[in-house]
Ligand binder design. Structure first.
Ligand SMILES: [Mg+2]
Length: 121
């Protein structure tokens, strides 16, 4: 069984393409379409979270804050933020919230895989 990645994005097309890339690299993928849904499916088996920023219900920054305010061991789970916004303020917001890394969309598949490998092997 591969390590478990929780993939959070409100775009079904992005979830579909990222699931394909992650599963091909040997990871097991759980999907959620926003932060609120992510909080209902995240578990102690979750090894890594990849999240979009702009989503309805609960955005990616609030998701990071909610996870970091929670209980161990989940509060220390590595979190990668996906954003189309390369602005320094969005990166800073993600950092302040406790994100581990971020990747700017659009990105080639190998970029997200190397970021995931670096964090969880
Ligand atoms: Mg979005």
């Amino acid at each position: 069984m591969g390590k478990n990645v929780l993939l959070v994005d409100d775009s079904g097309a992005i979830r579909q393409s990222m699931r394909y890339v992650l599963e091909n690299a040997g990871y097991t993928v759980t999907e959620a379409s926003n932060g609120k849904e992510a909080m209902s499916v995240i578990s102690s088996a979750t090894n890594l979270v990849i999240t979009d920023v702009n989503m309805p219900e609960m955005n990616g920054i609030d998701l990071v804050k909610t996870i970091r305010a929670g209980e161990a061991p989940l509060k220390t789970v590595p979190i990668i933020i996906l954003t189309t916004e390369s602005q320094a303020d969005m990166k800073q917001k993600g950092k302040d919230a406790g994100a581990t890394a971020w990747v700017v969309k659009p990105f080639p598949p190998e970029e997200i895989i190397s970021a995931v490998k670096r964090l969880i092997g």
